[in-house]
Design a protein around this ligand. Structure first.
Ligand SMILES: [Zn+2]
Length: 263
C-alpha cells in the first residue's frame, strides 16, 4: 500500500491517516442505508452505488446545456432505472449537483417507490437559479433523504492547492451545516476527481463516507465508496454487466483504485 503523502499540506494535522478501502475510516455505521435498509444487509456487505444528476430538461440557468444534457435523464429513463434498482437490495441511490429537479421530479418518484437517496449539494449554488434552495433541502431531509457535500464551487479536487481544498471541502461542509443545522458527514467528489491530498483533507474534515465515480462495487461499511454514474446513454445492460463482474474482475478493479488513491 502507499505511504502517507509527503505533499506539502499546511492545513492538515500531522499524522492524519490515509483512508483505505479495506477498513472503515473512521469506524462509523453507514449513514445512508442501502435501499433495502441497513437491517437487510450485514455490516460489511457489497453495495452498488448509483449516481444521478438531473431529471427532465436541464434549465438554461445552469449553464452549458449541451454538456449538461449528457447527465440528465428523461423522467421515463429515470423511472426505468429506479424500477430496476428497487429490486436490488444492495443498491444505494445518490444525486450530485443539487439541481432543482432533485425536488420537483426525483423526490416524488423516489417516495412512490419507498426509496431513500443521498443528495450531494454544491454549497455556493444553494438558492441560485436552477438549484435547490435552503427550504428545498429541508424538504428533502424531512422526507427522509440524506444531504451531503459536493464542494463549494464544483471544482475538481485533484491537484488543487491545499488552501483551495480547505475552502472546497471544509468550507462547504461548514456552510451546509450552518444552513441546515445538522452534521454533514458524507461527500461526493466533483467530476469524480481526487488525489491523496484531497482524501486526506476529507478525512481531516471528519467525513465518514466519501463517494467517487470509479464504477464497480463498494463495501457497504467502508469510507471510500465508488459509484456508477447513470447518464443519458447508460443502458440497463451496462449496469447488469458491472453487477455481474467476476471475483477476479472485482479484485483487479479494487487494486486499480488502491493505486489511484495513492496519486
Ligand atoms: Zn457534480
Amino acid at each position: 500500500m502507499c505511504s502517507v503523502s509527503n505533499t506539502p499540506s499546511t492545513a492538515l494535522p500531522r499524522g492524519t491517516p490515509m483512508p483505505h478501502e479495506g477498513a472503515d475510516f473512521p469506524p462509523q455505521p453507514a449513514a445512508s442505508p442501502p435501499l433495502g435498509g441497513a437491517a437487510s444487509q450485514s455490516q460489511n456487505s457489497r453495495t452498488f452505488n448509483l449516481t444521478f444528476h438531473g431529471v427532465g430538461d436541464p434549465p438554461s440557468a445552469i449553464g452549458d446545456i449541451t454538456a449538461e444534457s449528457h447527465y440528465w435523464l428523461t423522467t421515463d429513463a429515470f423511472e426505468c432505472v429506479l424500477d430496476r434498482a428497487k429490486d436490488w437490495p444492495d443498491a444505494r441511490i445518490t444525486f450530485d449537483d443539487g439541481n432543482l429537479s432533485d425536488l420537483t421530479l426525483a423526490l416524488p418518484r423516489l417516495l412512490k417507490r419507498n426509496l431513500n437517496a443521498s443528495f450531494f449539494i454544491v454549497a455556493a449554488r444553494v438558492g441560485t437559479p436552477g438549484y435547490l434552495g435552503p427550504a428545498d433541502l429541508r424538504t428533502l431531509l424531512s422526507a427522509g433523504m440524506n444531504i451531503g457535500s459536493h464542494g463549494m464551487q464544483h471544482r475538481p479536487w485533484r491537484r488543487l492547492p491545499p488552501a483551495d481544498l480547505q475552502h472546497e471541502i471544509q468550507g462547504a461542509k461548514a456552510r451546509l451545516e450552518d444552513l441546515l443545522g445538522i452534521p454533514i458527514t458524507q461527500a461526493a467528489c466533483p467530476f469524480g476527481a481526487y488525489d491523496r491530498l484531497a482524501l486526506r483533507t476529507l478525512a481531516a474534515a471528519g467525513f465518514t463516507r466519501v463517494f467517487t465515480s470509479d464504477r464497480g462495487w463498494a463495501s457497504s461499511a467502508t469510507w471510500f465508496q465508488p459509484r456508477n454514474t447513470i447518464t443519458a446513454s447508460t443502458q440497463l445492460h451496462d449496469l447488469d454487466r458491472v453487477r455481474s463482474w467476476s471475483w477476479p474482475r472485482r479484485c483487479a478493479h479494487q487494486l486499480k483504485l488502491a493505486l489511484k488513491r495513492c496519486r
